[in-house]
Design a protein around this ligand. Structure first.
Ligand code: SAM
Ligand code: ASE
Length: 286
């Protein structure tokens, strides 16, 4: 126990005070903020997801590099072709994924929603909006908008049951598959951590559908972690890109790569905003 506690001091997760009676350990400020389960900025579920699911896929990194594909089959014995069928292999796994992904927005949700002035958009769809933390950020920042969370039926049902309060009248839900079903008309479509799940071809397919459904004067807001143009960094984005390799069909991209996808789908006036945190914002106009 002493060695474990001392290593945690080395990691700056704990602090130690050595007295005559013995060593006294306590949380550091950063542990109280991000690790304590009850903190409003807790990353507990996110880290548990890394430890229990993602870590197992990274174990097969050499295979992932050789084959250029995700490692669900080796890590979990799942041979499903569909990425989200594998990610949602049980209801429990789906809920853990949704909790984990939602938590980061308590740290950088405000930054990505405030990166561009979105006040002219009233009807907003959050495609693949999951547990709804960004939708909540949006309605609290822009008083005249409504946000519809568009996601797979079982995700929407879970979002309603565990995540979004029914008191929040400016958030509504839409059950669908954004590759197969029609996308309703709106002023703005938010796609947060959607394109990084998919290969270029599927991204253009989805963006083209969104561009066609988009009202005149409307746009699309991508929220992703941006790589430097020469891919020399940032380290977090490079590592997240490997995460996408071992877990999905996608990758993290540079501004030029996102421009190319948006342009191919017919979007114009593409703008980029680096937030200084993990996730950045990209706006394209119809
Ligand atoms: N936007 C959320 C965020 O950034 O926290 C969630 C991002 S998560 C990586 C991808 C989301 O896309 C999941 O909620 C997933 O259920 C949804 N999704 C995946 N395939 C989909 C499809 N074919 N139709 C609709 N939603 C889909
Ligand atoms: C995906 C995002 C993730 C698909 C699988 C994933 C993440 C982990 N596994 O689109 C990222 C979650 N982590 C953070 C810090 O946001």
């Amino acid at each position: 126990m002493e060695r474990l506690l001392d290593a945690c001091v080395g990691l700056k997760l704990l602090r130690v005070e050595v007295k005559e009676e013995g060593a006294f350990y306590g949380n550091t400020e950063i542990s109280n903020l991000y690790l304590a389960k009850t903190s409003p900025k807790t990353q507990h579920h996110n880290l548990m997801y890394y430890s229990k699911t993602i870590y197992l896929c990274w174990h097969y990194l050499t295979d992932a590099v050789r084959e250029g594909k995700n490692q669900y089959e080796r890590a979990f014995g799942i041979s499903s072709k569909d990425v989200f069928e594998a990610l949602y292999r049980s209801e429990e796994e789906m809920i853990k994924f949704m909790y984990g992904l939602n938590e980061i927005w308590s740290i950088c949700g405000r930054d990505v929603i405030a990166a561009f002035d979105l006040s002219s958009f009233t009807v907003i769809y959050d495609l693949g909006g999951g547990a709804g933390a960004l939708a909540q950020e949006c309605v609290s920042m822009y008083p005249s908008c409504t946000v519809t969370i568009f996601d797979l039926p079982k995700v929407i049902q879970t979002a309603k049951k565990y995540f979004v309060s029914s008191e929040e009248h400016r958030i509504t839900f839409y059950e669908g598959d954004f590759f197969k079903d029609p996308v309703p008309a709106a002023d703005l479509y938010i796609l947060a951590r959607i394109l990084h799940d998919w290969a270029d071809e599927k991204c253009v397919q989805l963006l083209t559908k969104v561009q066609k459904a988009c009202r005149p004067g409307g746009g699309v807001l991508l929220i992703e972690t941006l790589l430097n143009e020469d891919k020399s960094g940032p380290l977090e984005s490079q590592l997240y890109s490997i995460n996408m390799l071992v877990q999905t069909e996608g990758k993290e991209r540079t501004p030029a790569e996102y421009s190319k996808l948006l342009t191919a789908a017919g979007f114009k006036e593409i703008g980029f905003k680096k937030t200084g945190k993990l996730y950045d914002a990209i706006l394209g106009r119809k």
